[in-house]
Write a protein that binds this ligand. Sequence first.
Ligand code: ARG
Length: 460
Amino acid sequence: MAAKAWGGRFGQQTDPRVEQFTESISFDARLAAVDIRGSQAHARMLAKVGLISDDECQQIVDTLDEIGGEIERGELPLRVELEDIHMHVESALIERIGDVGRKLHTARSRNDQVSTDLKLFVREAIETVDTLLVDLQRAFVARGDHDIDIILPAFTHLQRAQPVVVVHYWLAYCEKFERDRERLADCLSRVNICPLGGAALAGTTLPIDRQQTADELGFNHIAANSIDISSDRDFLIEFTFSLSLIAAHLSTWAEEWIIWFSTEFGFIKLPDAYTTGSSIMPQKRNPDVLELIRGKTARVMAAVNQLLILVKGLPTAYNRDLQEDKIAMFDAFDTVVACLELAPDIVAGAELQVEHINTRLEEGFLDATTLMEYLIQHEVPMRTGHGIVGKLVSLCETKNCRLADLSLEELQQACDKIEADVYDILGTTNAVRALTSYGSGGRRPVEEQLARWQKRLNDT
Ligand code: ARG
């Protein structure tokens, strides 16, 4: 059995069940590449300040490269008794270059090391997620020119409310994902503060140069308090929260399209490659991918809770509980990536059932609010106009007709301010055309926003 790196003061071997219980190599092996990068930067700094020689530094850096390659190719055996990725790398180094390898951990602890690794990992993860978010935005925007003439009833309370150009929906999703990108960028500003050199919790008596490691690893700042460094997982929680909100947005979209895909709505047809059948009902085509995007959101959201609960009772500085942080974050990250990788093709492949949508476009009095605003423009107080249109809707319901089917006499009986030009705004198509305010769902404002998005994505 290998002697423990920390075994000096121990009189007994560790119980194998304790090794099994405390290991993290089964999930932190994926930090190998960032761990090695961090260690190489640390070694260069040690050489610069004279704690190791240039030759020793070179040996360490080269051997770490070798070890990194072996881990990547699955050639380095992973052993629970070595606990975690940090110990695997260090013990492989010592095995190969002996005493020189024994110098690497000078002025460093696994506490600042694991935090550095996590920050390097999250930094790349943010970039991955950000790129995928842009891909998804592109998929929505790419539908823009094709879908710009299609009108859809928009719903509040899942009740028909007002009509919009369908592209308004596509861009609504884009706005949400844009805020997600902003949140990630903001999170990155705190990820980009270097913990390395905080050592265990109190810093070190050795003459290290923290700026040098921070610079080499591309961090913008150095964390200013070693005891804070040792316990800080804010960046991980923020990142996981950002992932949760992405998942929430994906889930909203998925839910919406699941509804639209139902026979009752019949707004959209999902591509066959992204739907599945039933083992018993031959006619079925199920939106399983969208359902699972909605379903997997639960574990991403759970991860934020897991992390918050993990840190809430810890005294400041490192506690072993923190080892569990990676499980939650990796899972949230992998889940969101998996969803984002599938989403753009679903968006690109979905077909709006325009004919079916149009057959029912005049249902639900989508132009009622437009009529009320017509009255406002004819000097009727808003609340009075609301009442008048309400009565007219009720009249239509008894006559089983649309507002646009009422005669001018009937309309004028309800309100003498109404003139013949009212028919220019009645009916769903007219109502959409009448929507002109900035950010509204009418043809013109949506075209403006679409152009803005096309330009923005071209520039990205
Ligand atoms: N595997 C540990 C973790 O992920 C590394 C840090 C261990 N530090 C310690 N003092 N035992 O948190």
